[in-house]
Every structure is written in structure tokens, then in C-alpha cells.
Design a protein around this ligand. Structure first.
Ligand SMILES: *Cc1c(COP(=O)(O)O)cnc(C)c1O
Length: 404
């Protein structure tokens, strides 16, 4: 029997590809910070579909906008004007330095658009033939062929050769390597301000400043992948606001649609002309339904001061974790920004995630040794206290068991 057949058999008779190592839970209902499974068990959700449901589950203003739009119009081609799309784009440009928005449906697709725009701007507008995209070790940018190539982790590339050309990787925080890697072939540098999938690793602000300055000096575009850090998650609407840097291009997806599949690529005005009619497109990008949801999501993030709350609650959560986990030999460090938080540990954390599920708390990993916490930006102090208390008891029990 082939390896693939074994895999399918091990998939429990499911008709799906075994692309995910699924937890033994089927969630069927969600409200605010809470989820329920098909057995009636209740969970406190500190993963939010991996930083997607930033306003919690089924936020009322977004649901109302979606239901209203469902009654009016679902889909038309981008060959027509789409008023919701214009309005959603205007909200994004009014609340950032960007001047132009391209809507798509996923994060990988947003990064693809960013890579294409950077190349086309350098080649068509600047006429300099630059095509290379520099990215960082341990980065994550998606699963399409171009974005898995951009990703600085070998595991996502296994078995997919040959990969597209024109990508190079640099070790994070190595200034000399960065300066040496930028050549007259470099079109853009793409970076996450906090490597989220890579282990919740915040990039040093001084390094980001230096990168931004270097890109300007050398005619290289700076792309920020804000797919996980955006939409209020780190305590600002977009994480670049923390550093006073205005990337030429940035990408959004996860928190942009409250769970509806949407992505966006945003850029400064001078880059907009690089895309002309026919140079890029997506059937489902920015449909009337999708952009009704985006518009309501952004309006609600702003009216609820979700980013400000994420900053405050994040400080509280990290302080509580440091306090309640202090002295635990398995815990190395609590780090993060806003409500993108990692607990760096001295060993594999999968058992902690599994135990959390048994005790009614959903968290995820970020690499093998980091527990990642991504609650709703509107999570209450009481809910944070509950999560910290569950985590503290799990870490304490695990350490006690290890010492037996
Ligand atoms: C999730 C993620 C992506 C990929 O988004 P998809 O919607 O899964 O394609 C890209 N970059 C970062 C930083 C992400 O967290």
C-alpha cells in the first residue's frame, strides 16, 4: 500500500485530504469569546481561528451588515463598480497611509499580489528590472507556490520542487547580512513585524527602522505582511504604527472579515499605476458580500476601540501570565504585543494545548515550544483571569508530573 493510501486510511474514513492534524473536537456554535462543541462542551476561545475572529464570534454589527447584504446582492463581477468595495477601501485608506487597495480572498493571495506589484512597479514604472524578493528565516507568508517560497521555513517546501525563482532569505536581526543581500536585483523586502507562526518573535524596532531606511536609500520596496498582526491585534490598527514606519505595501487578511474569507493588498499612491486594467485580478475579490463584511468589521473595530483595548488587555494578560507562571521551570518567557502573545517554553507544548482543550480553554502553538494566545480583542478581564488560571494550573500540574 502506498504512503498516500495509508494516510487516507488513517484519516478515519474522511473524504477530505489529510492536510490538517485535526483536534478531536467539532465546534458548532460561537458567541463572543466562547465556543461550543457538538457534545455541548463549552470552551473559552484564546485562538480565534488563528487571529481571525478579532471581534469575537458572530459580532452583531457585522452579522447585521452581512444579513442585510444577503437580502440585496451576493456577487457581481469586478467588471462593474462595487459600491461596498469602494467604501471598504476608503475606510482602509482613511485609516492608514495607503492610497490604493486590492481585495482578494486569502492571506496568501494578498501576499501574491504584493509580490506581483513590487516586481511590476520596479520593472514597468522604474524600468530597472529588479525582481528579487528578500524574506527572513522563520517567516511565514502562505501556501501558494510563490508564498511558500517566500516563507523562510523548509518544512512548507518539502516535495514541491521546483520552486519559483527570485526569492532569497536573510537571518533576522543580522544587519550585515541584510546590507549584503540587497543588490541591484532586489525589488522588495517582505517582513512580519512579529513572526507569528515562527514562534511569536517580535522584530527589534531598531532593526525595523534600519531596514526601512536602507530600503529607501537603495530604491527597494518595503512590504509588511500584516496578515496576523493587522486589524488591531497588536494594540494598533496596523502594527507598523508602533514603529513610525510607512511600508510601501502591506497585506491584510485574517482579522479583516471577522471570519468571512477576505484579503487585501494596500500600497502607496505612486505604486498604484503599476497595476493597469488586466494586470491582476480575482473573481471573488471584494464581492458585495465580502466588502459589506469588511466595512462593518473596520467600523466596529474603530467604534469599539478594539486596538486600544487589545493594547490594555494585552499588558494585563502578559503581566498576569508572568506573575502566575513565575518560578515554573518549564516556562522561559512571556512575550508579544497587544493580544498576540507567546509563552516560550523549555520543551514541546502540544500536551499543554491538549490539556487546555480538556479544561475548556482553546490555545494554539507557534512552533514546537511556544504556546500562542490570540483571544478576541474585546475579551473581558474576567475571561482573561479564567484563561490565566486554567493555564497556571496546567503548567503547575505538568511540572509536578515531570518531577515524579
Ligand atoms: C496566515 C498567514 C498567512 C497566510 O494566510 P492564508 O489566508 O492562510 O493564505 C500569511 N502570512 C501570515 C503572517 C499569516 O499569519
Amino acid at each position: 500500500m502506498s504512503e498516500l493510501n495509508n494516510g487516507a486510511a488513517a484519516n478515519g474514513g474522511s473524504s477530505l485530504f489529510p492536510t490538517y492534524a485535526r483536534y478531536p473536537i467539532a465546534l458548532v456554535k460561537g458567541e463572543g469569546s466562547w465556543l461550543w462543541d457538538d457534545q455541548g462542551n463549552k470552551y473559552l476561545d484564546f485562538m480565534c481561528g488563528i487571529a481571525v475572529t478579532n471581534l469575537g464570534h458572530a459580532p452583531k454589527p457585522v452579522k447585521d451588515a452581512l444579513v442585510k447584504q444577503l437580502d440585496e446582492l451576493w456577487h457581481v463581477s469586478n467588471l462593474f463598480h462595487i459600491p461596498n468595495q469602494e467604501a471598504a477601501a476608503k475606510l482602509l485608506t482613511d485609516n492608514s497611509h495607503a492610497d490604493a487597495v486590492f481585495f482578494c480572498s486569502t492571506g496568501a493571495e494578498a501576499n501574491e499580489a504584493a509580490i506581483k506589484l513590487a516586481r511590476r512597479y520596479q520593472q514597468k514604472v522604474k524600468g530597472n528590472g529588479r525582481y528579487e524578493i528578500l524574506t527572513f528565516a522563520q517567516s511565514f507568508h502562505g501556501r501558494t507556490l510563490a508564498t511558500l517560497t517566500a516563507t523562510g521555513q523548509e518544512k512548507v517546501k518539502e516535495g514541491f520542487l521546483p520552486l519559483p525563482e527570485g526569492f532569497r532569505y536573510i537571518p533576522l536581526h543580522d544587519v550585515d547580512a541584510l546590507e549584503a543581500a540587497i543588490t541591484d536585483k532586489t525589488a522588495a523586502v517582505m517582513i512580519e513585524t512579529i513572526q507569528a507562526e515562527g514562534g511569536v518573535v517580535p522584530v527589534d524596532p531598531a532593526y525595523l527602522q534600519h531596514l526601512s531606511k536602507l530600503c529607501k536609500e537603495r530604491g527597494v520596496l518595503l512590504i509588511f505582511d500584516e496578515i496576523q498582526t493587522g486589524m488591531g491585534r497588536t494594540g494598533k490598527l496596523f502594527s507598523f504604527e508602533h514603529y513610525g514606519i510607512e511600508p510601501d505595501i502591506f497585506t491584510l487578511a485574517k482579522g479583516l472579515g471577522s471570519g468571512f474569507p477576505v484579503g487585501a493588498m494596500l500600497a502607496k499612491g505612486e505604486l498604484a499605476e503599476a497595476f493597469s486594467a488586466g494586470s491582476h485580478g480575482s473573481t471573488f475579490g471584494g464581492t458585495p458580500i465580502a466588502t459589506a463584511v469588511v466595512k462593518a468589521t473596520i467600523e466596529t473595530l474603530l467604534s469599539e476601540n478594539a486596538a486600544g483595548r487589545a493594547a490594555e488587555t494585552g499588558e494585563y494578560l502578559m503581566n498576569e501570565l508572568r506573575d502566575k507562571l513565575a518560578g515554573n521551570p518549564f516556562v522561559k518567557e512571556v512575550r508579544g504585543k497587544g493580544l498576540l502573545v507567546g509563552i516560550g517554553c523549555n520543551g514541546p507544548v502540544a500536551p499543554i494545548v491538549a490539556e487546555g482543550q480538556k479544561r475548556g480553554l482553546l490555545v494554539i502553538t507557534a512552533g514546537p515550544d511556544v504556546v500562542r494566545l490570540l483571544p478576541s480583542l474585546l475579551v473581558s478581564r474576567e475571561e482573561v483571569d479564567q484563561a490565566v488560571s486554567i493555564l497556571a494550573s496546567i503548567f503547575a500540574d505538568q511540572t509536578a508530573a515531570a518531577q515524579l
